[in-house]
Design a protein around this ligand. Structure first.
Ligand code: MN
Length: 512
């Protein structure tokens, strides 16, 4: 047995701060259930005070997801901490995570507080949080650029006020591994009462060092790592959960530490977060990228055929990548479909399951081989979209295009319960469809990006279309999948328009 390192997942809070990655309450709940299955110790479910949507998500996750401690972020302000508690209270395992900046740069230019004032507020607010729950975490924001004696003083004071976890953020991703490790070591050696608290770290990836810095911190005494699935998050993102977990597992011989993560759920979790946020995983990403276990060189392949360990330091199955990717066909039954969905992180209600299965059967008829990616696309397209906003629905589509005709589209849509039909032209079939949909909905949004991917090989593959729209500073992603890429394009656009409506509504309800 090695020393336990707690995994604090902030995909739903910091990860959601990735531009364009916002999730609605249903989607967050789905990710939270998968995180519980994955075995994370703490889920940072959101920032309850920041919006009614976040408040609702924190509340639902805390009350409905079993296993992990559920945490809400809160600035060191009374109203924030009260809102966090309001969302968490009554749930089985909860934490309040409060923070205040401590670096001179932040205090002087952003918050206009003196060190003394910041320290006083930190202690008072930890005390307030502690009056609600024993599980209180405190972060001195921009810790890696904070004057060191002052940092020790703040950490000691909040532990005195009852903080059970002290989190050291490298907020701007500036630290270097050895330096950050020494910072943790210094805290361990110099802060009075530090033995009563767990030291946590929260590293950003601006210089590509988030995982390295987190690892260095762990080697020097940190016992909680804040991280996200696929490393998503503010700017260049956070420490990647799958990477730090697999480092600790694969090099346990040297590091002698372990986590509670069920690593076989890493890949399905990565896929789920990627599908829901629209943040694609780069193919050469460690652990979960498409090429992470693909051996191309002849010499390597020869070695692998003789003995796996010649070139494989981890087995793909250990992170949940199945050896044979083909999994279901037209003769597969509903039970097999349901079981596979569960492995992929989707637990559907009976009605949704019937709808998804029906769509899967039609797909399996049209396409000989059905892959995990196809099933995910079906679920995303058929089930998850309706949880966003049902204002716009595609009812019918008729498109003409070719070498000698001006592309033309006839689109029938349901707009807030009313069927509307329009026809229009464009430079290509997608352009004709999009212009017609834009006319029907009257949208003022701008299309920032359009991309189409074949989900699997073969010309019968489903096309997966991703679009990015912007209106009034809101950026949303929309996705659609269908064997006909024009239909997939229409679905993606309408999905994005629905998300935009949801965003605009959420902003109207926003408190701050
Ligand atoms: Mn952060």
């Amino acid at each position: 047995m090695g020393d336990k390192v707690r995994i604090f997942d902030t995909t739903l809070r910091d990860g959601e701060q990735s531009p364009g990655a916002s999730m609605n309450a249903e989607e967050k709940l789905r990710v939270a259930r998968q995180l519980a299955r994955l075995g994370v110790d703490i889920i940072e479910a959101g920032f309850a005070f920041s919006s009614p949507g976040d408040f609702e998500s924190v509340k639902r996750i805390a009350h409905e997801v079993e296993g992990p401690v559920v945490c809400s972020l809160a600035r060191a302000r009374e109203e924030d901490i009260n809102a966090a508690w309001e969302a968490l209270k009554g749930a089985p395992r909860v934490r309040i995570h409060t923070f205040i900046s401590t670096s001179d740069i932040h205090l002087k230019y952003q918050f206009r507080l003196t060190r003394k004032e910041a320290l006083k507020r930190a202690v008072e607010m930890v005390g307030l949080a502690k009056s609600y729950t024993d599980d209180v975490e405190f972060s001195p924001m921009d810790a890696s650029r904070t004057q060191i004696e002052y940092l020790y003083e703040v950490i000691g004071a909040v532990i005195g006020a009852g903080a059970a976890t002290v989190n050291i953020p490298d907020t701007v991703g500036y630290a270097l591994p050895r330096q950050f490790g020494e910072l943790i070591k210094g805290i361990k050696e110099n802060v009075p009462g530090i033995g009563r608290a767990v030291i946590s770290v929260h590293c950003h990836n601006d210089l590509g060092l988030a995982v390295a810095n987190s690892l260095s911190a762990v080697i020097n005494g940190a016992r909680q790592v804040e991280c996200t699935i696929n490393g998503i998050g503010e700017r260049a993102g956070n420490c990647s959960l799958e990477e730090i977990v697999m480092i600790l597992k694969t090099r346990k011989d040297i590091l002698m530490m372990e986590t509670g993560i069920v690593t076989e759920h890493l890949y399905p979790s990565s896929r789920l977060v990627s599908a829901i946020t629209g943040m694609v995983v780069q193919p050469n990403k460690a652990i979960v990228g498409d090429n992470a276990f693909a051996h191309e060189s002849g010499i390597h392949q020869d070695g692998l055929l003789k003995e796996k360990t010649t070139y494989e330091i981890m087995r793909p199955e250990s992170v949940g990548i199945s050896k044979s990717k083909l999994i279901l066909g037209k003769h597969s039954g509903r039970h097999a479909f349901k079981a596979r969905l569960k492995e992929l992180g989707y637990e559907l209600g009976e009605d949704d399951l019937i709808r998804a299965f029906d769509r899967f059967k039609r797909l399996a008829d049209a396409k000989k081989e059905v892959f995990d990616e196809d099933i995910e696309a079906v679920v995303q397209d058929e089930i998850l979209r309706i949880e966003v906003h049902e204002g716009y629905k595609l009812m019918g589509l008729d498109v003409r295009s070719g070498t000698d005709v001006r592309p033309r589209a006839a689109v029938t849509m349901e707009v807030r319960g009313q069927a509307v039909k329009e026809e229009g032209e464009g430079d290509g079939p997608v352009d004709a469809v999009y212009k017609t949909i834009a006319r029907i909905t009257g949208t003022k949004s701008v299309l920032l990006r359009y991309s189409v991917n074949a989900i699997t090989g073969g010309t019968d593959a489903q096309g997966e279309v991703t679009v990015r729209l912007e209106e009034d500073g809101h950026i949303v992603l929309g996705q659609g999948a269908h064997p006909d890429i024009i239909v997939a394009s229409a679905r993606a656009y309408i999905n994005a328009l629905n998300r935009l409506e949801y965003k605009k509504k959420e902003k109207r309800e926003r408190l701050v």
